[in-house]
Ligand binder design. Structure first.
Ligand SMILES: Cc1cc2nc3c(=O)[nH]c(=O)nc-3n(C[C@H](O)[C@H](O)[C@H](O)COP(=O)(O)OP(=O)(O)OC[C@H]3O[C@@H](n4cnc5c(N)ncnc54)[C@H](O)[C@@H]3O)c2cc1C
Length: 477
C-alpha cells in the first residue's frame, strides 16, 4: 500500500458487493488504498439474487447500447472504460453477440469480477450483513446495497434521514423528451392557472382527448399486455397509494377521468369553447426543462405496449420516452435533498451512497455511480478533493440528476424524485444547433442524429480533460 501517514491505516468500507460496490472497491484499490468490501450473500440472500458471486446480474444480461456516438448509455460505457472501470473491462471480456448492444455471458461476467476483486491484494471481502448503521469508527463508508437492501440497514438509514419510507412498491410514470411533444396540439397551463410555490401558472403540458379518443384509450389500456408481479413483490405496499392506470381503468371507464385524466380547470386555447373529455398532463422533470413526466401515469403495461398506447394520446404521437413506466420494489434515497454533490449523506457525511440506492437505474448507471463514489472516497482518504466530472459528460449528467438536477414537485404532491437511466435529456443543451457540412439547416432525423453526435463528442472531449486532471491531482496528492 502506498502509505500516506495515518490516513492509510484506516481502510475504506464498501457495503454491498453488487455492480456499484464492486466498481467502487476496484476504483479505491486502483489508487493504492485499502478497502473492506462487506457482502451479505450467501449468508443472507435477497429476493432476486441467486448466487454468492459479486456483481451478479439479477435480471437481463444486457448492458444496452454500446454506441458511444448516438446513445447516452453507449457514451457512459465509453467514459467508464476511460476511467479504468472493472465492470466494463469484464463486460467487454465476456461479451456475447447482441447486435449493437453489449450483452454478457452472465455467469462468466460475475465470475470474472468476483475473481478480480478477490485476488486484489488491497481488497478484503467480508461475507457479513451490515445490519444497521455502520460502526462509528468506520469513517469513510460507501453504502451500495442496492434496490433490495436488507431491512435492518434500510430501517437504520430511514431513521437517520427522517424519510417516511425507503422501500416501497415503486410506481414509475413514463418520462417524455420535451422536444418530441407536439405543441401544435398540446398547450402549457396549470389547473385553474394556479401559480403555487415556484410555479408560473402555466407549468404543465396538457394533451386533450375527445370522448371517442378517451374511450379508445381506456379500451387499449384494458386490453394491453401487462407485466406479471413476482411472488415476493405482492408483499410490498404501493408507494403513497398510487395505483397503476390500468388498475384504475379496471374499476370503471370513468375512473381515470376523475383521477389523473380529469379535464377540469383547463382550457384548450385553440378550442376554448369545447371542453376536452379527458386530459393527460405532463410535468417538468428536470431543471433544464428537457424532460416531462406523465402525471399519475404509473403503469405495469409492458414497455412496447406503453409506447404503442401512449402514442395514441393527441400531442404524443411522436413522443420519445426517456423512461417508461414500471412497478417493482425499490429502495432509494430522496438524493437531491439528502446527499451532497459528492454523494455523502448530509446528516452523516462519513456515509457516501452509490448504485441504485442513489436514484440511478440500471446495471451500467449503478456501476458508474459506484465508480464516482469510489473516486470521491479515495480522494477524501488522501486528504485531497475531487472535482465532479463536467455536467456535459454522461457521468456528470447522471451525478447532476442524483444530487441536484431534479426539481421537487410543484404542487405539494408525493416525493417526485424517481430512479432514471442515463439519457440525453439530462445533458445541458448545445450552445448552437449543428448544421450540415455546407452550412444548411438540418431537419427531422438528420437533425436529431447530428445533435446526439455533437453531445457525445462534447462529452468525450470534456471527460478526457477531467480524467487527465484527475491523474495530475493523484500524482500531486
Ligand atoms: C428484480 C429486479 C430486476 C432488475 N432488472 C434489471 C435489468 O434487467 N437491467 C438493469 O440494467 N437493471 C435491472 N435492475 C436494476 C438493478 O438492480 C440495478 O441495475 C443494479 O443491480 C443495481 O446495482 P447496485 O450495485 O446498486 O445493487 P445490487 O447489484 O443489487 O448490489 C447490492 C448488493 O448489496 C448486498 N446487500 C444488500 N443489503 C446488504 C447489507 N445490509 N449488508 C451487506 N450486503 C448487503 C446485496 O446482496 C447485493 O449483492 C433490476 C432490479 C431488480 C430489483
Amino acid at each position: 500500500m502506498t502509505s500516506r501517514g495515518n490516513r492509510a491505516l484506516n481502510p475504506i468500507h464498501v457495503v454491498g458487493g453488487g455492480l456499484a460496490g464492486s466498481e467502487a472497491a476496484w476504483q479505491i484499490a486502483a489508487q493504492g488504498l485499502a478497502v473492506v468490501l462487506h457482502e451479505m450473500r450467501p449468508l443472507r440472500m435477497t429476493e432476486a439474487h441467486q448466487t454468492d458471486q459479486l456483481a451478479e446480474l439479477v435480471c437481463s444480461n444486457s448492458f444496452r447500447s454500446d454506441d458511444a456516438e448516438t446513445n447516452a448509455v453507449g457514451l457512459l460505457h465509453a467514459e467508464m472504460r476511460l476511467a479504468g472501470s472493472l465492470i466494463m473491462r469484464e463486460a467487454d471480456a465476456n461479451q456475447v453477440p447482441a447486435g449493437g448492444a453489449l450483452a454478457v455471458d452472465r455467469g462468466g461476467f460475475s465470475a470474472a469480477v468476483h475473481q478480480a476483486i478477490e485476488n486484489h491484494p488491497l481488497i478484503e471481502v467480508r461475507r457479513e450483513e451490515v445490519a444497521g448503521l455502520p460502526p462509528a469508527d468506520w469513517d469513510n463508508v460507501i453504502v451500495a446495497t442496492g434496490p433490495l437492501t436488507s431491512a435492518p440497514l434500510a430501517d437504520a438509514i430511514r431513521a437517520l434521514t427522517g424519510e417516511a419510507s425507503l422501500a416501497f412498491f415503486d410506481a414509475i410514470a413514463p418520462i417524455v423528451h420535451r422536444d418530441s411533444i407536439d405543441m401544435n396540439v398540446a398547450w402549457f397551463q396549470s389547473r385553474y392557472d394556479k401559480q403555487g410555490p415556484g410555479g408560473s401558472g402555466a407549468d404543465y403540458i396538457n394533451c386533450p382527448l375527445t370522448s371517442e379518443q378517451y374511450e379508445a384509450f381506456i379500451a387499449a389500456l384494458l386490453a394491453g399486455g401487462k407485466t406479471e408481479f413476482r411472488e415476493w413483490e405482492t408483499n410490498t405496499p404501493y408507494f403513497d397509494g398510487c395505483l397503476p392506470i390500468e388498475v384504475m381503468a379496471e374499476r370503471g371507464p370513468e375512473t381515470l377521468r376523475h383521477g389523473p385524466m380529469k379535464p377540469v380547470g383547463l382550457t384548450d386555447p385553440r378550442n376554448p369553447l369545447v371542453k376536452p373529455y379527458g386530459i393527460v398532463q405532463l410535468r417538468q422533470d428536470n431543471k433544464l426543462g428537457t424532460l416531462y413526466n406523465m402525471v399519475g401515469f404509473q403503469t405495469k403495461l409492458k414497455h412496447a405496449e406503453q409506447v404503442r398506447i401512449f402514442r395514441t394520446i393527441p400531442g404524443l404521437e411522436r413522443a420519445e420516452f426517456a423512461r417508461l413506466g414500471g412497478l417493482h420494489r425499490n429502495t432509494f434515497l430522496n438524493s437531491p435533498v439528502l446527499l451532497d454533490g459528492e454523494l455523502r449523506l448530509r446528516a452523516a457525511p462519513r456515509l457516501r451512497f452509490a448504485g441504485q440506492m442513489t436514484g440511478c437505474e440500471g446495471y451500467v448507471e449503478s456501476a458508474g455511480v459506484g465508480l464516482l463514489a469510489g473516486r470521491f472516497a479515495a480522494a477524501q482518504a488522501r486528504g485531497a478533493s475531487l472535482t465532479a466530472p463536467p455536467p456535459t459528460t454522461a457521468l456528470g449528467a447522471l451525478l447532476g440528476h442524483i444530487t441536484g438536477g431534479h426539481i421537487e414537485t410543484i404542487d405539494a404532491g408525493p416525493r417526485s424524485f424517481q430512479p432514471m437511466n442515463v439519457n440525453f435529456g439530462l445533458f445541458p443543451p448545445l450552445a448552437s444547433t449543428p448544421k450540415a457540412p455546407d452550412g444548411k439547416r438540418l431537419r427531422g432525423p438528420e437533425k436529431a442524429l447530428a445533435k446526439k453526435r455533437a453531445l457525445t463528442s462534447r462529452a468525450l472531449s470534456d471527460f478526457r480533460g477531467w480524467i487527465e486532471a484527475c491523474g495530475a491531482r493523484e500524482v500531486a496528492a
